[in-house]
Write a protein that binds this ligand. Structure first.
Ligand code: AMP
Length: 607
């Protein structure tokens, strides 16, 4: 069986690991470092990846790409806020970001593929065989397009991606917590650019992810940025130098800020010192840990809200968490450790190197796929609800958020208009009742033969595979025709959007339900008005004129009620309509029966 490697494709650093005889092991490069900085330098003399690219970053920032994971499966509009921190030029093509380097542009998966190729080469050199299969991890909050972009990156790098797994899920495997018979585990993962919290439940050696939450936009980079902003101000005040005007100086400040932050994890004070360009002197300042912690206090608190929300989604109190696992380089900060311990009331596990935990877990998963540990299963959940648009711009949910994946759901839909020759399937993601408040993932059409309203039967199936990628299929039950899409939205979601979507679903719940009730009542009113007008055309000569008159009145009254915002009034109008059309319906039914009988008799005679 060919070896399968596990890859942690991180925002800041990436690692590759494999299942050695006695457990998972990360693979180090020639310099003895397991971490490969997720940085790519596209120089005139060739490609640099990892540490050499990190060194090149200061020399030519416009040709050096870092944090590309932030752009995976996204559009420029999604990352507008932080563009000032990126010295390289971005363009957009078909809704997807392209990174301009010199004359050429590259997609984020192409850049990520360069990092993956480096990891593949490293693994091949260490293991002495060709590596073509991998498990790659992504943050729990990655949406379908981001997961797909990650798979694409693997493909470009010549790797078959057997499984995309969530980083915190991988971490739980690395700690081998499956050896406990049962219990609940909180995995707190604060890396370079992402934050994830997962609540896992262990039962009989099987992991189930009860809930995930987090922020794909919060990590060590943000902590660096707090220092960077302070230093920029300080340099301007003390030396009259505008750091933003010099991409090289900006990079220097970024690297120095990170170094200072890391030193402050071990020491109460750290000295920052570097030369300013053009003979403007030397910048020098001593930072204390207290000063730094004051600058980042709100960032630390920002990670607490998703923790509480995940707990509540899992239906647990903090006291019910048995174990806490720390993942990601940023969990080395003492302020993080103490806040996490305070929140969960447990001393967190941090025995393994927090930078390596995810890659080690990916290797364990690779081992499971290679058949080394068949009886262990990994379950993930979908972070937001998924559904389709139905009549009146409301959402019909097929898969609720926090449903364990892989999963599938089916629902039957029909048409509202006679002779309709197709249905639009509009796939949505989010927690709100109305289409406009949710995120549009995809649209496609299923053609139908023209039939009376409500006759066609369209079955819509949602299938989320083990990689979290959504397949939507719509089938016409009568003809067997079907159409499907694999959802690859061109726009990604920012972490804040995910949080906002969930928060707003609670905040606007009452309003949303009211709006939905009005819309549903209006849709029903439209259908009954349409059907009644059609019936009147057939039945004009069959019922008395006063009855026709009162039906017209009822239609008018229902139209007036429909214009109001009160669903009860519309429902009352519908009930009135049903009452006044009762006789007409009976008469038409009789007439239809009679016609059918007569045509039968006629055919018997002719036979
Ligand atoms: P990861 O994505 O897990 O590799 O995390 C990398 C992040 O961890 C970067 O933002 C680093 O600056 C940060 N980091 C690494 N070591 C430390 C440390 N000792 N103290 C604080 N942050 C650290």
């Amino acid at each position: 069986m060919a070896l399968i490697v596990g890859i942690d494709l991180g925002t800041t650093n990436s690692l590759v690991a494999y299942m050695a005889g006695d457990g998972p092991q990360v693979i180090s490069g020639t310099r003895g470092q397991a971490k490969v900085p997720s940085i790519v330098g596209l120089t005139d003399n060739g490609l640099l990846v990892g540490d050499p690219a990190k060194e090149y970053l200061v020399r030519d920032p416009s040709r050096t790409i870092y944090s590309v994971k932030r752009f995976m499966g996204k559009a420029i509009a999604d990352v507008a806020e932080e563009l000032k921190y990126f010295p390289y030029a971005l363009q957009e093509k078909g809704g997807v970001i392209r990174i301009q380097v010199g004359e050429k542009t590259y997609s984020p998966p192409q850049i990520s593929a360069m990092i993956l190729k480096e990891l593949k080469l490293r693994a091949e050199a260490h293991l002495g065989e060709e590596i073509t299969k991998a498990v790659i991890t992504v943050p729990a909050y990655f949406n379908d397009s981001q997961r797909q972009a990650t798979k694409d990156a693997g493909l470009i790098a010549g790797l078959e991606v057997l499984r995309i797994i969530n980083e915190p899920t991988a971490a739980s495997l690395a700690y081998g917590l499956q050896q406990n018979t049962q219990g609940c585990v909180a995995v707190y993962d604060l890396g370079g650019g992402t934050f994830d919290i997962s609540i896992l439940k262990l039962k009989d050696g099987i992991f189930e992810v009860l809930a995930t939450n987090g922020n794909t936009h919060l990590g060590g980079d943000d902590f660096d940025r707090r220092l960077v902003d302070e230093v920029i101000r300080d340099i301007d005040t003390r030396h009259g130098v505008k750091v933003e005007d010099s991409p090289e100086l900006m990079q220097m400040v970024r690297l120095e800020a990170e170094k200072t932050k890391i030193r402050l994890s071990d020491e109460p004070q750290a000295l920052m010192v570097f030369s300013l360009p053009d003979g403007k002197g030397t910048y020098e300042r001593t930072w204390s840990r207290d000063e730094f912690e004051a600058l980042v206090l709100d960032l630390v608190e920002h990670t607490m809200t998703p923790c509480r929300r995940a707990l509540s989604d899992a239906g647990l109190e903090t006291g019910q968490i048995d174990e806490v696992v720390l993942v990601g380089g940023s969990t080395r900060m003492p302020v993080i450790r103490s806040r996490v311990q305070e929140l969960f009331g447990k001393t967190p596990h941090c025995d393994l190197n927090p930078d390596e935990v995810v890659a080690l877990g990916a290797a364990v998963q690779a081992g499971i796929l290679a058949g080394e540990n068949k009886d262990m299963l990994l379950l993930d959940v979908t972070p937001l609800s998924l559904g389709i648009e139905t009549m009146g711009n409301v959402v019909s949910i097929l898969i609720r958020r926090n449903t364990t994946i892989p999963t599938s759901a089916k629902e039957m839909f029909t048409t509202y208009v006679d002779g309709q020759t197709g249905v639009d399937i509009h796939v949505l993601q989010g927690e709100r009742e109305l289409v406009k408040d949710n995120r549009s993932l995809a649209r496609f059409q299923l053609k139908l033969p023209p039939l009376p309203a409500a006759v066609p039967r369209v079955e819509v199936t949602f299938l989320i595979d083990a990689n979290g990628i959504l397949n939507v299929t719509a089938s016409d039950i009568r003809t067997g025709e079907s159409q499907s899409v694999q959802v690859k939205p061109s726009y990604g979601l920012t972490d804040d959007e995910v949080e906002t979507m969930i928060r707003e679903s609670f905040q606007f719940a009452a309003e949303d339900i009211k709006a939905r009730q009005v819309i549903e009542a209006r849709t029903e009113a439209d259908a009954i008005i349409m059907a009644t007008e059609k019936a009147l055309q057939r039945g004009t000569d069959l019922i008395p004129a006063e009855e026709i008159e009162s039906i017209h009145h009822a239609i008018e009254a229902l139209r007036v009620a429909k214009a109001q915002e009160d669903h009860r009034q519309i429902r009352a109008g519908i009930a009135d309509m049903e009452k006044v059309t009762h006789h007409l319906a009976e008469v038409l039914m009789d007439a239809t029966l009679k016609e059918a009988l007569e045509s039968k008799k006629l055919s018997e005679v002719t036979d």
